[in-house]
Write a protein that binds this ligand. Structure first.
Ligand code: NAD
Length: 472
């Protein structure tokens, strides 16, 4: 029997009033779950619950709020296997990947549960007869809209700091991968989070997502997803004059100079684009290689890529639509006469033939303006682009609509830092690919978005500053 996934509103599982949508498994193409079709009325009910609980949550002592968030972290770790089963069913990801994501999700609640009273202010020395101070306060109800590539992780990344800063939340997961977000809200209730503080409304972006942004009670929105939808949401938010955090796409450059530790740089280059089958906004999908080492280095990378197997090292494309998108780019490459060094097709493994699996793929000598070097494919496809010198590496790296992350590999640390500071992106690795650590502020430049998630900085994006002037 198909599992039905319902909303979580005001501390309760809440059935759909408009039916359920069948979701196809990316592993075998069969219906594996039916997800509630949310309506504007469901969003309204969730927003009302979030509004009604906002005052009590906001004025609960920071220590108590922190204890509840840390209990959620502990419970997530204790129940990792059941979260793994749900996420695995929705995404087909391999065990190691999922364990890492669940641990990371717990770490968000632990980190923000510890920093819960950190959005602090300062005392301003204005005049002897005035005591002036600033403090940060919550927005009230925050809308959180997440994609399908890291469902639990993206929900935790936004919900934990939003709650820590004293807000209440209405969250909409992707319609393809809703199970773990609803399970997270249920777990939070079991850990003592008051009813109404964290609500989940399942359903489509055009109905539930837009209604969350439009709803008069929602005072801030944190969106993670594509550039196109980010733009739509920006217009809706502009009409209401509410702030946004936009975490959008990427086409991140990984720059390797001739003096780098080439074996390590090669293994990092592979990690950067094969993890999660390339379905990570921060994937390093453009490998910029100094021409003097191009042949040798790209061959090292190719040898490692050839060892990575779908179904063993990484899962399928998480949605069938995404499978079609990746196939479109592989067909485009073929039509342009591009010959992959490795991969270039969907998986030829018979056991994976019913699933949305793609072989890890590497193209060499790709021109910087080729669509495969410019557009976000969101699959395990890497293009190597040669460069002559530092100036050209920077120019090619910045010749992109995106600016999410990047990396530089060189034993000349001055050069590495010079280049790192000139790449237009929110996070850069030096002699390493970037880390998923919850402490590291994360977010984009250019079309990759604005605002910051993660780190202490996120708390500033989930709170607003107030200045209080006291006559002495
Ligand atoms: P998407 O933009 O299609 O959908 C993201 C979410 O927005 C989903 O929940 C969807 O239902 C909802 N949505 C769709 N239309 C909407 C609308 N009109 N109004 C409100 N909500 C709407 O993205 P996706 O295909 O789910 O995810 C892939 C994209 O997400 C990639 O571009 C990837 O780079 C990006 N992403 C970015 C980050 C980051 O932190 N920068 C992290 C993960 C994914």
């Amino acid at each position: 029997m198909t599992t039905h996934v319902s909303h979580w509103i005001n501390g309760h599982e809440t059935a759909s009033t408009d039916g359920y949508n069948d979701i196809l498994s990316p592993v075998d193409g069969n219906v594996h779950v039916a997800v509630a079709k949310g309506t504007a009325q469901d969003v309204d009910r969730a927003a009302k619950a979030a509004t009604d609980s906002a005052e009590d949550w906001r004025w609960m002592s920071a220590a108590e709020r922190g204890r509840i968030l840390r209990r959620i972290a502990d419970a997530l770790r204790e129940q990792a296997e059941s979260f793994l089963a749900l996420e695995s069913a929705d995404t087909g990801k391999v065990r190691n990947t999922l364990m890492g994501e669940i641990e990371n999700s717990a770490a968000y609640f632990e980190f923000y549960g510890t920093l819960v009273n950190l959005p602090i202010g300062s005392v301003l020395d204005v005049s002897p007869d005035q005591h002036v101070y600033t403090k940060r306060e919550p927005y009230g109800v925050v809308g959180v809209i997440t994609p399908w590539n890291l469902p639990l992780n993206q929900a935790a990344r936004a919900v934990a700091p939003a709650l820590a800063a004293g807000n209440t939340v209405v969250c909409k997961p992707s319609e393809s991968t809703s199970q773990t977000t609803v399970a997270l809200a249920r777990l939070a209730s079991e850990c003592g989070l008051p009813a109404g503080v964290f609500n989940v409304v399942c359903g489509s972006g055009s109905v539930v997502g837009e209604e969350i942004v439009r709803h008069p009670s929602v005072r801030k929105v944190a969106f993670t997803g594509s550039v196109g939808v980010g733009r739509t949401i920006s217009h809706l938010a502009a009409d209401k004059l509410i702030p946004l955090t936009l975490e959008l796409g990427g086409k991140s450059a990984n720059i390797v100079f001739e003096d780098a530790d080439l074996d390590f740089a090669a293994s990092e280059a592979v990690r950067a684009f094969v993890s999660n089958a390339g379905q990570v906004c921060s994937s390093g999908t453009r490998l910029l290689v100094q021409r003097s080492i191009q042949k040798d280095f790209v061959q090292r990378v190719a040898a490692l890529v050839a060892q990575r197997k779908p179904g063993v090292d990484y899962g399928p494309m998480i949605t069938w639509k995404q499978f079609d998108t990746v196939k479109h780019y592989l067909d485009l490459a073929q039509s342009r006469g591009m010959r992959p060094l490795v991969g270039g097709t969907v998986s030829s493994d018979d056991e994976l033939s019913s699933g949305a699996y793609v072989d890890a793929t590497l193209f060499d000598n790709v021109a910087p303006d080729n669509p495969l070097a410019q557009e976000e494919i969101f699959g395990p496809v890497l293009v190597a682009v040669p460069f002559e010198d530092e100036a050209e590496a920077i120019r090619i790296a910045n010749d992109s609509e995106f600016g999410l992350v990047g990396a530089v590999f060189s034993r000349d640390i001055s050069r590495a830092l010079r280049v790192a500071e000139r790449i237009e992106a929110g996070q850069i690795g030096v002699n390493t690919w970037v880390t998923g650590a919850v402490e590291t502020p994360f977010g984009g430049q250019k079309n990759s978005g604005y605002g910051r998630e993660k780190g202490i900085e996120a708390l500033n994006h989930y709170s607003q500053l107030k200045c209080i002037i006291v006559k002495l």
